[in-house]
Ligand binder design. Structure first.
Ligand code: CTP
Length: 335
């Protein structure tokens, strides 16, 4: 009798602070090196000790990692470095075959390599780090330096902010001068069709599927987004998410928004396990045409409205399809 082939289990750890498509792409590549991916989410205390305070706390980082479709299991409060004891636990308790990390050097405060022991044991594999994005760049390079009041942040504070949020990868701050708005934003992201395909499920809805639609900006993909997507997906068989284009988001929220561009936002949403498909650049209003084209049975969005006029207008499309609102305040609207 042929023995069932053992599943290759791989482990990736990380802080996954302000989860972005670079993290998602790392998880995707890690998963492709085995059959099952176990992710260790580093504890707040360990992050503080090794690279400074994270923006998002442990429980939120856990929600984000669990929401990624390539993740099979999550270990909370993982250590920052692979110690002898933890490596033993990974091999013996979690049946891990390989420990995986991005190809950026990961040095501990004492100058040693966090993965030295795994490398020595011959159980280390590497994936390619995604260019053009890091939590540091998002916080220090985009959010803090792109506010209208930017001018009050003098150059001294610039570097201290950078230091404070520098998690080992210094962001390239491009100062376009006052009033340059969106052009000062740092985005080195080059979307390719291949990357979109890699993130896609590749399957459309079946003919009988109940297609649920939700739209929004989905800027800085967070735990509130994950929660509403989970609820929305539960209302049907196929979740289609409309991502508003950059112009639509700026028109609603101001010139300094969105922080992440359309393609970055689309990839983050696409990486979420509850999402079946995204419309990259959806209109702000759900049209009759869209409902027919995409065979939408239900349009969902949260109750936290940012703009009453806009919401009123949206409600006029009611009747074209069933529409539901969720009263729970934890749902951070459909944005
Ligand atoms: N990673 C990646 N590409 C990025 C950012 C992170 O491949 N643009 C990978 C890292 O190499 C690591 C995993 O994602 O294997 C988790 O990264 P994390 O511990 O959160 O830390 P950083 O590498 O510091 O990521 P960031 O700079 O975005 O905080």
């Amino acid at each position: 009798r042929r023995r069932k082939k053992k599943k290759i289990r791989v482990y990736m750890d990380g802080c996954f602070d302000m989860m972005h498509y670079g993290h998602c792409n790392a998880l995707r590549q890690a998963r492709a090196l085995g059959d099952e991916l176990v992710v260790g989410v580093v504890s707040d205390a360990e992050i503080i000790a090794n690279k400074g305070p994270p923006v998002t706390p442990m429980h939120e980082r856990m929600i984000m990692v669990k929401a990624i479709k390539w993740v099979d299991e999550v270990i909370p409060d993982a250590p920052y470095a692979i110690t002898e004891g933890f490596m033993k636990k990974l091999f013996e308790e979690y049946n891990i075959d390989y420990i995986i990390h991005g190809d950026d050097p990961c040095v501990l405060p004492d100058g040693t390599d966090a993965y030295a022991l795994a490398k020595k044991a011959g159980r280390y594999k590497q994936i390619k780090r995604t260019e053009g994005v890091s939590s540091t760049d998002i916080v220090a390079g985009r959010m803090l330096l792109c506010t209208r009041e930017r001018s009050i942040i003098d150059s001294h504070n610039h570097s201290s902010l950078q230091r404070q949020f520098s998690h080992g990868h210094s962001p390239k701050i491009e100062d376009g001068g006052p009033g340059t708005g969106a052009s000062t934003r740092v985005s080195h992201f080059l979307p390719t069709s291949r990357r979109i395909v890699q993130f896609s499920n590749g399957k459309g809805p079946g003919p009988q599927a109940r297609v649920v639609y939700i739209d929004g900006a989905f800027d800085l993909f967070h735990a509130g987004h994950v929660e509403i997507l989970r609820v929305a997906r539960g209302l049907g068989d196929f979740l289609l998410v409309g991502i508003h284009n950059d112009h639509t988001v700026s028109a609603k929220r101001g010139a300094h928004h969105p922080i992440m561009n359309l393609h970055e936002r689309s990839l983050s949403v696409l990486a979420c396990r509850y999402v079946d498909e995204v419309i990259i650049g959806a209109p702000s209003e759900v049209s009759k045409d869209m409902i027919t084209t995409f065979n939408i049975s239900l349009v969902v969005h949260g109750t936290v409205a940012e703009n009453v006029e806009y919401e009123k207008k949206r409600n006029e499309t009611k009747g074209e399809s069933e529409k539901r609102y969720y009263e729970d305040k934890t749902y951070v609207s459909g944005d």
